[in-house]
Write a protein that binds this ligand. Structure first.
Ligand code: KIV
Length: 282
């Protein structure tokens, strides 16, 4: 085990100030966390994309604090060196600061070192409350999937000069409220560049072009484990979905033909015990 990356170390990794770009990937369980950690990623995001990627929901709105606690704990049991950031799900930080702190504390007690929440200036009071309670917060602006109905779908944001300037102001407000980093999702690359210039904390992009201080992708997307949705910003580094179907197909064929299991893949009695049971008697 190496040294775990800390929140202050992430805050200091402003690529435009000479820091190395941050690498974040989602993780939802212990094996995924172990593999991503072995690959040397900086941060594991227990994203509420859990809802769509693992739990089969059409959007992220159905995932609960209980779901997030369960999966955050599984990721934490892998004891990664990467910093664990857990998403606060929809409605867990919209009602009151007290509620927000209690929900975030459950994620921290499950093993996260920081929480992430979606939204701009409207979230400032909740972020300030969390920071005052010593809970590090990562912001998230642009295409915020928990606002899918308010946005009218999963659409790229900040396409007009006015909308772009609102995103810049939102990111600055998040920084001033105490966020140690901000995810930029689904915004034009030029706008992500403007935001990255405007804030002193690192930006981590997804569908936001190259001018961010880091990049995040969903584990299942980059490994080719899901085919139903393939946005243009996803680069596939493997086709594990196809490889998995092929391997499972070979297993099924071996079982059906009697080729699995072989004697080498089975346990056997020693000859004395086998004889006592009347086995092998001719
Ligand atoms: O839940 C998630 O996977 C996310 C990333 C898309 C940033 O929030």
């Amino acid at each position: 085990m190496g040294t775990r990356l800390t929140v202050p170390a992430v805050r200091a990794r402003k690529a435009r100030a000479g820091g190395e770009p941050l690498v974040m990937v989602t993780a939802y369980d212990a094996p995924g966390a172990r593999l991503a950690d072995a690959a040397g990623v900086d941060m594991l995001l227990v994203g509420d994309s859990l809802a769509m990627v693992v739990l089969g929901y059409p959007d992220t709105l159905s995932v609960t604090v209980e779901d997030m606690v369960h999966h955050t704990a599984a990721v934490a049991r892998a004891e990664p060196d990467a910093l664990i950031v857990a998403d606060l799900p929809w409605l867990s930080y919209h009602v009151s600061p007290q509620d927000t702190i209690c929900n975030a504390a459950r994620l921290i007690r499950a093993g996260a070192q920081a929480v992430k929440l979606e939204g701009g200036t409207g979230r400032v009071p909740m972020i300030e409350a969390l920071v005052a309670a010593e809970i590090p917060v990562m912001g998230h602006v642009g295409l915020t999937p928990q606002s899918v109905h308010a946005l009218g779908g999963f659409r790229v944001q900040g396409r007009t000069a006015e909308a772009a300037m609102q995103l810049v102001e939102s990111a600055k407000a998040l920084e001033h409220a105490g966020c140690f980093a901000v995810v930029l999702e689904g915004v034009p690359a030029d706008v992500a560049g403007l935001i990255t210039e405007a804030v002193g904390v690192p930006t981590v992009g997804i569908g936001a072009g190259p001018d961010c201080d880091g990049q995040v992708l969903v584990y299942h997307d980059l490994l080719g484990l899901q085919d139903d949705l393939r946005p243009r910003f996803v680069r596939r580094y493997a086709d594990l979905g196809d490889a998995t179907v092929e391997a499972l197909g070979r297993f099924a064929a071996d079982v059906r033909s009697g080729r699995f299991p072989s004697p080498q893949e089975s346990y056997s009695l020693n000859s004395t015990e086998a004889a006592a049971l009347g086995l092998y008697a001719s």
